[in-house]
Every structure is written in structure tokens, then in C-alpha cells.
Design a protein around this ligand. Sequence first.
Ligand code: PSV
Ligand code: MN
Ligand code: MN
Length: 428
Amino acid sequence: MTVLSEDLIAEANAREIAALDEDYDALGRKLARGGLAIDAIKDRVAAFSVAVPSWGAGRGGTRFAKFPIPGEPTNIHEKLEDCAVIQQLSRVTPRVSPHFPWDKVGDYKGLRQEAAALGLGFDAVNSNTFQDQPGQARTYATGSLSSTVAATRAQAVEHNIECIEIGQQLGSRDLTVWVGDGTNFPGQQDFARSLDRYLDAASQVYAALPGDWRMLLEHKMFEPAFYSTVISDWGSSILAAQELGPKAKCLVDLGHHAPNVNIEQIVARLHRFGKLGGFHFNDSKYGDDDLDSGSINPHQLFLVFNELVEAEAHPRDGFDPSYMIDQSHNVTDPIESMLSSAEAITSCFAKALLVDREALHAAQEANDTMMAFQALRRPYTIDVAPILARARAEAGGAIDVLATYRASRWRERKAQERKPVGLGAGIV
Ligand code: PSV
Ligand code: MN
Ligand code: MN
């Protein structure tokens, strides 16, 4: 079952194919001069994928406002439909990362079948102990896994175990744990004892992981706690992961670091110690902005992928990071943002594949700084769009994803069918 008409995509592609062939052939000749076979790069790109977040399918909003749009999904079923649109057009987003209890339903086996019928699977399951939910016995105002209140810690452990059980029914194999636990005042809590409590509770979650599962620890420097956060940085994250055991890995959300931190170096460090578990891709100008991937600092995204391609070529203790998008779409149609982000992420991967690693390593060994830099600079400046478009078209996706999406009038059609969200006027 396809959500968009295959004919619509085929007709749109027919209008673009001649220009794409020309661009692909020209790029192929350019790459061949450097000893690269464009078809081999295209095959690697065709095998690449990144999961989309169920929560990213709706308009996110900020602490101050939310501006819903007509036709926005209001439940996990409608979110899956929208994710299927992204996958049908882009062919790089075959999995959805669900968040609980936001995506709670009665029948998870049924949900898995529903997703499969739409051409989708499930990625990492995200637990939520950073908000109180209606009917919840204990508040997380004192923290969750690190709370001073034993019954609250037990509740948070139980929720994470429930997420694992749901994930097993959905076919996931990772549990992503981000806790907002921390403090707003110096002296509010003891740094060491908070971490002890977190580790003790997290180890109970860890003990419930099925054999082939991983627990991805997501760190974040601040927000909602503005003085200290229990798992605040990659240092705390890797120490916790090392303490918990081999199935615990670190997840890097690109927006969760102090300003100007060298994230690509963190990636290399985590890989060196076998603890690179995955990513939440997004972009950031000031903090955890959840802006669209590559919209602010595409160069950083490229440098991250450069480390990933390097790591894959030199696996220390395996190499299997989960790639997910984690964005909040406040002023765009979320489908368009995720189409554009998936393209930005995939193009950084493709550019990283173009790096002449022999030349790079030789320049590094010879301390030839300029040539080492040029080994990264040259591929970064190459427009890889024809490679991505060709890979998409061969898989049945759209050459021009955004134009084809607009031509489908998906959102307008859904605006007629779906119930309106909140107070959104929706008229610009
Ligand atoms: C926290 O800021 C975070 O990045 C975590 O991944 C949460 O699960 C997600 O955002 C919620 O939007
Ligand atoms: Mn995140
Ligand atoms: Mn975040």
C-alpha cells in the first residue's frame, strides 16, 4: 500500500530525468578523474537510512507558543501515515522512532502491522520520565531515575521496562533514555549522590534489556534543569555507560552540547571506546534548538559524517550507530522539514564517502596541514545532489522530493479529513 500515487511520482520524475542524467554523468566524470566510481557511491547512499521521530510529524512549538496547521496528525496512526509519505518520497527513512507514553495504543502487534503495511518499521523506543502524565502516581518534580524518592525512581524504572516490552512487540532493539533530572540552584542536590541514584536505577533498566538490545544514554547540558543536569555531557554519559555494561552506549544529540564544542571529536572518542550508540540529528544556533539538520551548520554535520565513515573503516569494538532525526518543526510543514533534513543528512554522508582517505592519512602522517585540510575541503564543496536523486529515483522515490510532495497536495487533503489540532487558525 502506498500513501501517495506512484503515478504522480513517476510523472514528476519523467519531467526531471533528462536533467538528472546529464548532471549525474557530469559528476560521474568529475569523480572518475579522482579515481572514484559514482555508481559505487550511489550504492552506498542507497543503503543508507535515518529514522524519523514520531513526535516530529506534528508541529512542535516552544515553551511560548505552538501554531498548529490544518491537516496535522493528531495520533500515532496519522503520524505513521505522514512518515510513510516521507519514506515514499525520500527512500532513506524506513523506520520511525516512537516516544512513550505519547504514542501509547492498546495493540502494539497491530501497530507494527499497520506500519509494515505502510512500508515502515520501528527504530529506538524513547522513554519519557521528564514530564508528569495524567493519572501518574508520583511526580517527577524531584527527578526520575535520580530522584531522592525511592518510589519515584521505581516508577521511572518501571516505565522504562514497559517501553522495552512495547519495543519488543514493535520490533525495536534500542531503548533511548534521556532524563531531565538536575537542579536549578547550587546546593539543591549532591552531585555524587544524584549520580549514584541514577546509576542504581539505570542498572535495573539495563538488567531488563533483552539479549540483543542496547540502552542508549542521551546526555544534555541543560534544560529543564538550568544549574546542573545529572547526565549533562559526553563525559558523564560514557562513564555511566561504562559502569552499566556493554549494552549501554552513548547517544549524541547534536543540540545538547555547550556552544562551540567539537562534536566530531566527541564522536571519534566515543567510537574509540566502543560506546558510540547513535545520534539525534538536528541543528542548533544557541542551545537545544531542534532546528532542521544542516540548516545552520552543514559543515559540522559533514565533519561528524567524516568521523563516522572513518570509524566504520576502522571498527574498534564494532560500529553500529543508530541514526535518528530529533527536530521540532515550528514554522514549516513537518513533512517538508524532514524531507529536507533527510536530504541534508544523506548528502553529508555522501560527501564523507568522497574523502580521499589515503591522501588524508598521508598528509596527516607527513604533518602537511594544508593538504590534510584540502582532503576534507574538496569533497565538502562538491554538489552530491545528483547521487542522492539517482538513488531515490531507482528505489521508486522522487527526484525532487519537495516539489513532488507539494504536487501531491497531501496536507490540503489531510486538512479535509483530520480533526483540527487545538486553536490553530492555520491561515498565514
Ligand atoms: C530532549 O531535549 C530530547 O532531545 C530527547 O531526545 C527527548 O526524547 C526529545 O528531545 C523530546 O522532544
Ligand atoms: Mn534528542
Ligand atoms: Mn533535545
